[in-house]
Design a protein. Sequence first.
Length: 94
Amino acid sequence: MNGQSEQISSKTAKITILDKEIEATVIYGDANGDGKVSAKDVTAMRRYLAMWTGITIDTKASDVDLDGKVTGDDAAILTRYLAGWADVTIGVNE
């Protein structure tokens, strides 16, 4: 894996569920929720986008370009990130 693996972008946010405020950490790129960012996440994102039956993803973590939706662009960005492209970041507004 590239040298970026130790620099995974994550953010902690306060959210309210049923009138209770909690903190949650989002690991951008971790579409399948296993705590790691890998090619398995890209596969999960592509299957979700292709509307495979029974496929669910963490849509917040999958929105790596932070545009509010999960698209093929997010899967492409994550693929480039995992390949070590120098100018590719995930989960960062630019």
